[in-house]
Design a protein around this ligand. Structure first.
Ligand code: ZN
Length: 326
């Protein structure tokens, strides 16, 4: 039984329309599903990914109202950076010019474990980084062709997540003993060590980096922060077995929850970060034609009879396609 890498990262926005514009037009990701948070149907749940929203390519957002969501307060107990993949260094050069042209805050290209990377933030301060993956690691996705980002520079999926915790070892124990990650060499950064863990096929798409900051304040989730990271289980049988394994390790995993596009279990690792394990299938084309993903509000069958009420409670957002082509 082995996790297949990172499934998705779910973050928080308070500006759904601007969020759609940034991720589809600026970054060229496809809005593959526009649905609601199943636990709070007054909020959108927006999914961006490759051309089909394949597992391992998705960055998703809960849209929460601004009046109750302060800016994210960084610290210990959070996913502190989300790494997205592009094929090579030439793509990073292209993105550097693009970010400068369109006014996206970004740093300089810098080396991480022998691979060039480019840090940047979205308009709400979401900490992101592009990684030239050398087409190595977990098989990556195919960028959407509906934006003006050239395919050879397009984002092909998730490369890694960086976690910040106050104490490394309890989180390292969960990653290695409960989830089957291997601990790699790690790297030095800002005077400290970044521990690196890989699972399944390893490399880009299957990597978790853990920064230990004993003196960090507690992170407080807010807009521009990450709510959770999900890892991939290939099928329902292994997914169910993960629930048993987590509970056997004393981790309070939820029962299997049917998210309609995939099935999920959740648990909080000892550093305070919410982890999910999600099935690769059935995927986003189960209720929409692949040509028209994300263009209308999708509701799972158990919410469909409340569509009128739910739609009335949501602000309209552009469809990714019309946003990208208008
Ligand atoms: Zn999730």
């Amino acid at each position: 039984m082995q996790l297949g890498g990172i499934h998705h990262v779910t973050a928080v926005t308070t500006e759904a329309a601007a969020n759609v514009a940034f991720y589809t037009q600026a970054l060229g990701m496809r809005l593959v599903k526009k649905t609601v948070n199943q636990d709070d149907t007054s909020a959108y749940h927006l999914f961006y990914g490759d051309e089909l929203g394949n597992p391992g390519t998705e960055v998703t957002f809960f849209d929460w109202p601004q009046f109750r969501i302060a800016p994210n307060h960084p610290g210990a107990g959070e996913v502190s950076e989300t790494v997205l993949r592009v094929p090579d260094r030439a793509a990073l050069d292209w993105w550097t010019r693009r970010f400068t042209d369109i006014g996206v805050d970004h740093g300089d290209i810098e080396d991480h474990d022998g691979r060039p990377t480019l840090p940047f933030t979205d308009p709400e301060g979401q900490r992101l980084r592009l990684l030239a993956d050398g087409e190595d690691g977990v098989p990556s996705g195919t960028p959407w062709d509906g934006s003006d980002v050239p395919r050879e520079s397009g984002i092909t999926g998730l490369g890694a997540v960086e976690l910040t915790v106050r104490e490394l070892e309890p989180t390292a124990w969960v990653l290695t003993e409960a989830l089957g990650f291997l601990r790699m060499d790690g790297r030095a950064e800002d005077g400290g060590r970044v521990a690196v863990f890989e699972v399944g096929p390893g490399g880009p798409g299957a990597e978790v980096q853990v920064v230990e900051r004993p003196d960090a304040p507690d992170a407080h989730l807010g807009r521009g922060g990450v709510h959770h990271v999900a890892f991939r289980a290939p099928d329902d049988e292994e997914h169910a077995a993960w629930g048993k394994k987590l509970r056997a390790h004393g981790l309070g995993a939820t029962p299997v929850i049917d998210r309609f596009y995939f099935r999920s279990i959740y648990f909080r690792e000892p550093g305070g970060i919410l982890f999910e394990i999600a099935t690769d299938g059935p995927g986003f084309a189960t209720d929409e034609d692949a040509e028209h993903l994300g263009e209308r509000l999708s509701l799972p069958p158990f919410l469909e009879d409340r569509r009128a009420e739910i739609e009335a409670g949501l602000k309209p957002v552009p469809s990714g396609r019309s946003a990208a082509t208008s």
